[in-house]
Write a protein that binds this ligand. Structure first.
Ligand SMILES: C[S@@+](CC[C@H](N)C(=O)[O-])C[C@H]1O[C@@H](n2cnc3c(N)ncnc32)[C@H](O)[C@@H]1O
Length: 205
């Protein structure tokens, strides 16, 4: 499928499917996203499922490289009453000044970005001292498990249908090694087949 058509298809698929995924994470999102404050940058906000959890009064900037997500994002923001600034940039290059952001949010994004180490460096760079990186991500199964083997086997096909997603990515390890201190991280599972293992937490700059 040509790239732009596949991006359009993925945006439509996310709009249809994200609410179901979101329902499985609603309690975690309510707990974590209701605490954000100040200037909030959300990387890869997709179709905007997180707007419903944010408190009033924040300044929200969304960095969403897939332009076909933008109409869904605007619609979701309007119905949630959130003022938005949407940019079509990638999280590997945040195009923001150093130490100017209070909170960076990522949900189900570090599995998809091309260079997660670079993204985490960028997140640290733009956060103010004591600024927070709030994340909920699906991650690799434990080493040596059948689940992890399965995640590796299905990787090429999974990546094709899910916009480059890596089911066997060690995102917990990447976050804890990225230089944030402290990192509060909780591991849990939801009923989502090969993408069951999840982490949620806050990493402080
Ligand atoms: C699985 S979707 C998750 C969307 C949304 N965060 C959610 O929880 O419903 C992954 C999102 O990351 C975006 N994305 C992919 N690569 C990216 C990158 N390098 N930088 C920022 N966002 C990216 C995709 O366009 C997509 O919107």
């Amino acid at each position: 499928m040509p790239l732009d058509l596949s991006k359009r298809w993925f945006a439509w698929a996310m709009w249809r499917l994200a609410p179901r995924y979101d329902a499985l994470l609603a309690d975690r999102k309510r707990e974590l996203l209701s605490q954000v404050s100040g200037t909030v940058v959300e990387i890869g906000p997709g179709t905007g499922t997180n707007f419903q959890y944010f408190p009033r009064g924040i300044r929200w900037i969304g960095l969403e490289p897939n332009r076909h997500m933008h109409p869904y994002l605007r619609r979701a923001a309007k119905s949630a009453g959130v003022a938005v600034e949407i940019r079509q940039s990638r999280a590997e290059d945040l195009e923001l000044n150093d130490e100017c952001i209070d909170t960076v949010v990522a949900t189900a994004v570090l599995c998809t970005v091309q260079n997660p180490i670079r993204v985490l460096q960028e997140v640290r760079r733009v956060l103010k001292p004591s600024g927070r990186f709030v994340f909920i991500e699906h991650v690799a199964g434990e080493r040596g498990t059948q689940l992890r083997t399965l995640q590796r086997i299905i990787q090429p096909v999974w990546s094709c249908v899910a916009d480059g997603c890596h089911p066997a990515r060690d995102t917990a390890e990447l976050i804890t090694q990225a230089g944030f201190r402290p990192v509060f991280l909780d591991s849990f599972r939801i009923p989502l087949g090969p993408a069951s293992p999840h982490i949620a937490g806050i990493a402080v700059r």
